[in-house]
Design a protein around this ligand. Structure first.
Ligand code: HEC
Length: 146
């Protein structure tokens, strides 16, 4: 085997080993879901899932890179802070009206979803029409949910 091939195989083996370790590490545990929203339409749920669900619910999808040191701290902090702010998976005392208004404000000011999230999740970028559909849909959904 030539030297260059040897190096190539070595790098491949080490990279595979690291990936395997990441894959074997457990994801952060999602707390139990205690509340289901009464979605007004599949479209609202789909937009919500694309743009907001990972940080404002207990059904977060954890990507494999969320297990990397440092990166993992940033992501877990975002999710914990987002959940603290509001979490659709737990009962809330906030009125549906107040929450819908906050959601509308954050989306229209382009503060939500967070930009470092949309950078890694291009699907979370919403067009103006999608923003409006999500805002309107969440108003009805939160109104209909207990
Ligand atoms: C990457 C994680 C993340 C995503 C995705 C995300 N949020 Fe947030 N959200 C946060 C964090 C962290 C906070 C608290 C800090 C802040 O306000 O910046 C927050 C705060 C909020 C607040 C309260 C703001 C306030 O100051 O009262 C609302 C409302 C909100 N988010 C709505 C949304 C909506 C709607 C979406 C989807 C369009 C969304 N968020 C997507 C992390 C996220």
């Amino acid at each position: 085997m030539s030297k260059i091939k040897f190096v190539f195989v070595g790098v491949f083996v080490i990279a595979s080993g690291l990936l395997l370790i990441l894959w074997l590490m457990p994801n952060p545990i999602n707390p139990p879901v205690q509340r289901q929203l009464a979605w007004d339409s599949p479209q609202t749920k789909q937009l919500w899932d694309r743009a907001c669900n990972d940080c404002h619910s207990n059904t977060t999808y954890w990507p494999i890179y969320a297990k990397l040191p440092i990166v993992s701290n940033i992501i877990v902090d975002h999710v914990n802070e987002g959940r603290k702010e509001f979490n659709i998976s737990v009962p809330t005392r906030k009125s549906a009206n107040n929450l819908s208004n906050e959601i509308e404000k954050e989306i229209l000011k382009n503060k939500m979803p967070l930009t470092d999230y949309t950078w890694l999740h291009p699907a979370a970028r919403l067009s103006d029409a999608e923003k409006k559909a999500l805002i309107d849909g969440m108003k009805i959904t939160l109104q209909n949910s207990r």
